[in-house]
Design a protein around this ligand. Sequence first.
Ligand code: BG6
Length: 498
Amino acid sequence: SQPEPCTVVIFGATGDLTHRKLVPALYNLAVDGELPTGVKIIGFARREKSDAEFRTGLEELNRKVSRSGHDDKIWAPFAENIHYHTSEFTDADGYKRLAERLDAIDRERGGKGNRLFYIASAPEFFDDILISLKNAGLNQAAEGCWARVIVEKPFGTDLATAKHLNQVVNETFHESDTYRIDHYLGKETAQNIMVLRFANSIFEPLWNSRFISHVQITCAENLGMEGGRGGYYDKAGALRDMVQNHLLQLLSLVAMEPPTDLSADGVRDEKVKVIRSLRQWDTPEKVAANVIRAQYLAGHIDGTPVPGYREEDRVDPESMTEAYIALRLKIDTWRWSGVPFYIRMGKRLPKKTTEISVHFKDAPCVLFNALPGGVPGGNVLVIRIQPDEGISLRMVSKLPGTSLRLEPVKMDFHYATSFGKGSPEAYERLLLDCMAGDATLFARRDEVEEAWKFIDNIENAWHKSTTPPPMATFTAGSWGPKEADNLLQEDGFSWRRL
Ligand code: BG6
């Protein structure tokens, strides 16, 4: 179905996400002519502000971050549809005024009262906002219209809080109108994983424990705790901030069985099975053996000195929060029996890059073993999620010349050169999907809860046991602690050099 005109109400409109991601995404949809006509945006937040002030602030950021640049001719009419609504998140009167405003907009638009509530406030207000929407009757749509809600991360901080939030959401909106956003699912290359696997007949027959030795997922960032992020991050940590959501979602796309169809539930039914099949690291011993947590020490990024994690702004000097994590995962299914999956994620690594690499078992090397230099590694399929989106396949080839020598070579596909145009930002796709009523790329209730179950076991071992596994360290700007290297070496592997 097609995206439909609607009013987008953004809660937490003065925040970073609204300025850096949401409004630029809507603007770029307008640039590409993909934004349905008649879309209005209302920013809902506590601070007093006029429409003009709100628009000026948004414009400033859009100029900086918009992927297609900033064109006044497109911005001006786009910005006319942006308004600001001042209210406390719990003030019933504020929601009543909002309802009146929405009705007025609907009348102006002439009919269709579709509403998209985007909850991007600080997480402690999620409940209040949902309940207030319900009390104001805004969770109900008029005949023939819809009212949908997008809930930002973090979706809870553990299983209990996620369950509670799910309950509040489900008491307010129907599950089919609930969109739990995970922007990694909106990344072009993440969407391509299913296509790569299920539209190419050469990969899927090999996609199992008979042919794959192991899989690595790396998500490296060079940023630290800039811009006051330490306050949030020190309470979350890498496991909750990135693994519970983004990285387990990527994992489920790589490891899922083929869905029976492309419907939202068809796909999510298969993804959740992967998360449910994760072997649980549910004792301090298992966590110590399979999970490495670490903090960075002062070091250099691109030649610039940077502080250690515990010296960062708004981070507890005695913090026991991980800014790096490496895990060995086991998926207990028929397909993946015996195949380890490794995930690593860290702040202050040498560069920003996310990739998935699928390492195939070596060919029987009887023929070439005796050659000088032997056989240089085997086949690796790399899915580059970002930047330089693309896919490469590593093969072994004969080195040209009169003698027989083997060398690895790479077959490489870059989105930028193959398609000649940049990919839309994840938020563009996801906002459009929500306007079209397609929840395929959003997390379902059970996925979120199964993921938390797995995460909680590890958090408990770290923070609630009497024998907590240690915190490793590494120098900022290096590729993580040696303990994480050992994790793979124990199995005869090593992290891909990036
Ligand atoms: C967010 C995390 O969800 O994703 C951040 O809270 C992280 O810590 C960010 O930096 C990474 O997103 P992207 O799209 O830049 O890879």
